[in-house]
Design a protein around this ligand. Structure first.
Ligand SMILES: Cc1cc2nc3c(=O)[nH]c(=O)nc-3n(C[C@H](O)[C@H](O)[C@H](O)COP(=O)(O)OP(=O)(O)OC[C@H]3O[C@@H](n4cnc5c(N)ncnc54)[C@H](O)[C@@H]3O)c2cc1C
Length: 491
């Protein structure tokens, strides 16, 4: 039973973090209204259908499901009656140009045993590496994941102080590639572990080894598939929010955050102004300042950090089944260093891109017609700095089809019966992510975690931020944590 507090809260954006924040604020007794520019919820975590095929448009790898469950539990509901998921084992299939295929299994023992058998690395070395990533997780969890990094009092607890005192052990002084190339002899193992930097749109040759923690989360804590696909996360949480009384205004872009005497006073939409006691912006923080707070001082140092990579995604309806593919498939480039250099230094697309192919119809057969598959084929590309994207898309399509054909020893062209494509311009247009960067600021330097925007405004009281562009970072679980940290700051 929710105890009303007679205060009004506005949430700008029904991305996964905005939805989670709305549920948490409603449970605190606020009268909550979500304003969403699109006619649909979910932001990056949305779903579309095309000619008999259904696609999850953005995220596809789901970790830490407990943060979804928590929202149901907080609202007095049994999560299992509303949202379900299965553990994946193996999680990934990795394909290399030399013809080898490797699989990534759940748990350090099983993972290490398989990899030791197939690569030149020893089981005990792989286990030692996994234990180091576990140490990073244990040391960083309280510092980075559970608290606002921008409140001094949060640094005065023992778990946080322990994390800071052990800073040397979290890999902040080495790059991800530096640490991985020291840990493994086999270049395929280095490449597998380097790839985790792409989970927040960064380069393993520039980002700190601290990001190896992502491998711990996926391999040791596990990766999951939500029953019905990723969109069931959005769908079940919107239903939960509505059920506890959150109001949603779709197709309602917020034009301005109203500020009076250094306090957030409400919002301006095309329907007029509305007063609120608290405003939470789930809109990308760069564009929140640029578009919604035009007269206010912007925290330039934080906002102007280099942005993460973006993506070109082909959503292909394929009228054939490929037995050698599973839910998550990675087709690796031959020269990873050159690929990242092309993306981050040259800001161009690479001729031999690493391709991620996600096929949900392997687990949810109704996502494609019988005998067919729904391919989400993704490559990392630079964010939008004015490249000729139509030309890039045409080139990327050729590079990707050539690579898939080489590795699968087939020609997929005649089987592509439907196609949609996203590029950085579309991603920015649909979600307001600055420059179409998928993950906010990049993590291409060791201080990046400290240079994400705080979950609150330092200058405007009553104004808060949540989502992938602020602390603690992008990805579904971090966005859910962001909503928790943000709403935890509000009485
Ligand atoms: C292609 C792709 C693949 C990804 N893969 C993974 C993955 O495998 N695993 C994973 O965990 N994460 C992945 N991510 C990252 C993850 O999807 C994001 O971190 C997360 O969904 C971001 O959620 P959010 O709530 O911060 O914001 P968003 O999803 O960006 O939502 C923001 C919402 O705010 C709305 N909005 C913006 N401005 C306004 C305004 N002025 N008025 C009203 N509404 C507004 C937008 O329309 C949007 O709905 C991926 C992302 C993409 C794009």
């Amino acid at each position: 039973m929710i105890k009303e507090n007679n205060k009004k809260c506005a949430v700008i954006g029904a991305g996964i973090s905005g939805i989670a924040a709305s549920i948490r604020m409603r449970n605190k007794g606020y009268d909550v209204t979500v304003f969403e520019a699109n006619p649909f919820p979910g932001g990056k975590l949305s779903s579309e259908s095309n000619k008999g095929y259904r696609f999850d448009m953005g995220p596809s790898v789901f970790t830490m499901p407990a943060y979804v469950d928590e929202l149901f539990e907080l609202s007095g509901k049994d999560p299992r009656k509303h949202f379900n998921y299965e553990k994946l084992d193996p999680v990934y299939q990795y394909f290399f140009e030399d013809g080898t295929t490797l699989e990534s299994f759940h748990g350090k023992e099983k993972f290490a045993e398989f990899m030791a058998e197939k690569t030149n690395d020893k089981k005990e070395d792989i286990i030692k590496y996994m234990e180091r990533t576990e140490t990073i997780y244990n040391l960083t969890e309280e510092v980075f994941l559970k608290n606002s990094l921008h409140r001094l009092k949060n640094f005065l607890t023992w778990p946080v102080l322990r994390g800071i005192l052990n800073f040397g052990k979290i890999g902040a002084f080495d790059t991800m590639h530096g640490a991985n190339s020291k840990a493994f002899k086999d270049s395929r193992m280095v490449q597998i572990f380097n790839r985790y930097s792409t989970y927040n749109g960064s380069s393993p040759y520039l980002s700190p080894a601290t990001l190896n923690v992502i491998a711990h989360v996926e391999i040791m804590k596990g990766a999951y598939y939500p029953v019905g696909g990723m969109y069931s996360i959005t769908d079940s949480l919107v239903k939960l929010a509505k059920d506890i009384g959150v109001k949603f205004n779709f197709s309602t872009p917020v034009r301005e955050i109203l500020v009076e005497n250094k306090k957030a006073a409400g919002l301006k939409t095309d329907k007029g102004n509305e007063q609120f006691d608290v405003v939470i912006s789930n809109m990308d923080v760069y564009n929140s300042y640029k578009k919604l707070l035009p007269g206010e001082k912007r925290p330039a140092k934080t906002l102007d950090q280099p942005k993460s990579s973006s993506g070109i995604i082909f959503y292909w309806g394929i009228k054939k089944e490929f037995k050698q593919l599973k839910l998550h498939n990675i087709l690796f480039s031959e020269n990873y260093e050159e690929e990242f250099d092309t993306i981050f230094s040259k800001k161009e697309i690479y001729h031999d891109p690493t391709i991620y192919v996600n096929i949900t119809s392997k687990h949810t057969p109704t996502d494609a017609p019988a005998g067919c598959e729904n391919w989400f084929a993704f490559i990392n590309v630079p964010n939008n700095s004015g490249q000729d994207w139509d030309k890039c898309i045409a080139e990327a399509r050729t590079h990707m089809i050539n690579k898939v054909n080489r590795i699968l020893k087939t020609d997929i062209t005649p089987f592509i019966e439907s196609e949609m494509v996203f590029d950085p311009r579309v991603i920015e247009g649909r979600t307001s992510s600055a420059f179409g960067a998928i993950y906010g600021n990049s993590s291409n330097n060791k201080f990046a975690a400290f240079l994400r925007h705080a979950n609150f405004s330092k200058d405007i009281s009553g104004l808060y931020f949540c989502g992938g562009s602020v602390h603690p970072g992008p990805s579904i679980p971090l966005c859910l944590l962001s909503a928790k940290i943000t709403t935890g700051l509000i009485k």
